[in-house]
Design a protein around this ligand. Sequence first.
Ligand SMILES: Cc1ncc(COP(=O)(O)O)c(C=O)c1O
Length: 365
Amino acid sequence: MKNLLAPQTLQFARTPNEGAKSDVERDAILADPGFGKHFTDHMVDICWSALGGWHRPRVQPYGPLSLDPAAAVLHYGQEIFEGLKAYRHADGSIWSFRPEANAARMQRSARRLALPELPTEFFIDSLKELIAADGSWVPSAADTSLYLRPFMFAKEAFLGVRPAEKVNYYVIASPAGAYFKGGLAPVSIWLSANYSRAGKGGTGAAKTGGNYAASLVAQAEAYEHGCDQVLFLDSVEERFLEELGGMNIVLVKKDGTLLTPESPSILEGITRDSILQLAEDRGHTVERRQVTIDEWREGAASGDIVEAFACGTAAVVAPIGTLKSADFEITHDSTETALSLRSELTDIQYGRGEDRHGWMMRLDA
Ligand SMILES: Cc1ncc(COP(=O)(O)O)c(C=O)c1O
């Protein structure tokens, strides 16, 4: 749904949070942020209507939303979101990583979910506005960041099944430490045999809540089997690798080739794209193609596939030590390629390494 009425710039109204956390309270949270548990003092809120386009942009105190019980999102799940991080560099400045790519992905998700497309400049402005209010929430300890969560949903109170004519876009933020409890220790993955995450022609390539809702029962099965994450196969032939519940997957061959699934029903990760670019810069061959579970299994057994890792904004890169399924197991000892690419990427994100692709964008200036 294109929005032709959007103004060129948005003037944000700012309402400070009178009950904002004190410096002492905030510092206590930032000392041990966990992941997704604590939220900053403010949030961005922009309205959209079919008649008026994007309007009423504001930064306001973080707090509960008021929703009509008939709001379409509560019934038909018309919702999309994004996830990216703000990083504090050694000189105190605050940066984000490829935010235009998140803006573009949110526009693709919006098209699939029949939601309005938020122009890239509004997306970037919304992040800068939130950082202007809550920049003190960006932690500075090693490997910490402020996770930014833009999201948009159908707010119109209407029970007919059609694209909503009233939508709101928000950004909230949450200080973040390590995503997995074990830090950089290899994670274990459960191969889902009973459930698919996405189907042909479905919403798998969009970042929409329903995909995650559909993955939860499989994720619970993974926990029951002592695994950290779940791996989904394609829903048609049930043999091609797709992705994990919240991360993409990459396999590494003995000759250094990186292999990653290409599929119209997976979320195109910005971390994966960046890691593969860094690998290509180093001279690795990268193959983006269909990969079967048998190819991985046989490659691991013959020694042709030596390593596997998962990647996504939250955990960055996580080496995979084990893939478990009901009737076989794949194990990898090596974590070398994953950890070396991870440190090259995080060096760029935290301003320690050269940003030769122009991926970083300053948010606090
Ligand atoms: C299902 C899924 N796949 C892949 C990714 C990785 O995407 P990105 O690297 O852009 O965070 C995510 C989000 O982190 C995800 O939720």
